[in-house]
Write a protein that binds this ligand. Sequence first.
Ligand code: ACO
Length: 324
Amino acid sequence: MGTAILGTGAYLPERVVTNQDLEKIVDTSDEWIQTRTGISTRRIGGQGDETYRLAARAAEKALQMAEVSAYEIDLIIVATISSHMLMPSCACFVQKELGAGRAFAFDINAACSGFVYALDLADKYIQADPNKKILVIGAETLSSRTNWDDRNTCILFGDGAGAVVLGHVEGNRGVIGAKLFSDGNLWRLLHMHTAASCNPELVQSESPGAHIVMEGREVFKYAVKAMEEAIILLLDQEQVALDAIKLVIPHQANIRILNKLVERLGIRAEKVFINVQKYGNTSAASIPIALDEANRDSRMQPGDIVLLCSFGGGFTWGATLIRW
Ligand code: ACO
């Protein structure tokens, strides 16, 4: 018996922004962006594309695939760092959009690792009560939190949402296990301030504004090492051999991080699902978007072991094994 993914869904805003479009606003080039990140395009939201709306559209698709109604959902967890409001949570807005009247709802903030954290939480809820049906969503509009004058960061991110419906199933399908980590000592290397404080004594004088600030090279180094270690520890914990993994769905940060990780672990490149070229880095949304794409492309067969891994601001990182 286990916590299985009963349905997946994703939603991306319609507007496609190319590297050539970015050449017009910062000093960069398509060639630089492609070789350093692997990204060609990203989706950027417009009017009506608030994070909760993207999240709700992705959730509707996941519910449809799972053949579960919104009213049957007991809990909605949204992993996000870019909700349009701090209160209420993005998850409460999603509940309203879906009409999921029986659910309780909350957000979690673990940056790009938010989806693997939320999945672990949901798994624990279902282990405690197998009757529960849970929506786990990763959703971001990072375009609203990007400094569009900063060529170091603005080329990396995109908007989108992905969702899964989780429920208990008999047999050995479902979440096998997870390993999650954080290190708050390293917060400075990748962070985002909130908007101005109403208490003058609590104003952070160093605040550069409510947008992403990053030390790219340091993030790169830590990301590769941390994800590699998390995967090795998880495989050891669950006594699963690396060769047994059929598909790796990593956080889509950038192609060089993923290539390096694959090289260090010795995984065959064709086992790694990559769509960063189309959507850029969508933070907490990147794994569920990729999971949905892989699922709809029939990249996983029943019984296949799938590995998720992530790294993001905090720092936060982790890995999850699922038997599909
Ligand atoms: N276009 C052209 N030149 C640029 C751009 C750009 N968009 N951005 C930076 N440069 C320049 C820099 O100014 C620098 O110029 P200089 O040598 O004259 O000072 C030069 O390119 C090299 O800059 P670096 O930052 O050293 O470039 P690097 O090879 O490290 O690549 C990158 C930068 C792509 C950000 C890389 O460090 C990286 O991938 N880091 C990981 C960051 C990441 O993925 N963050 C996402 C959030 S965390 C996560 O999701 C895991």
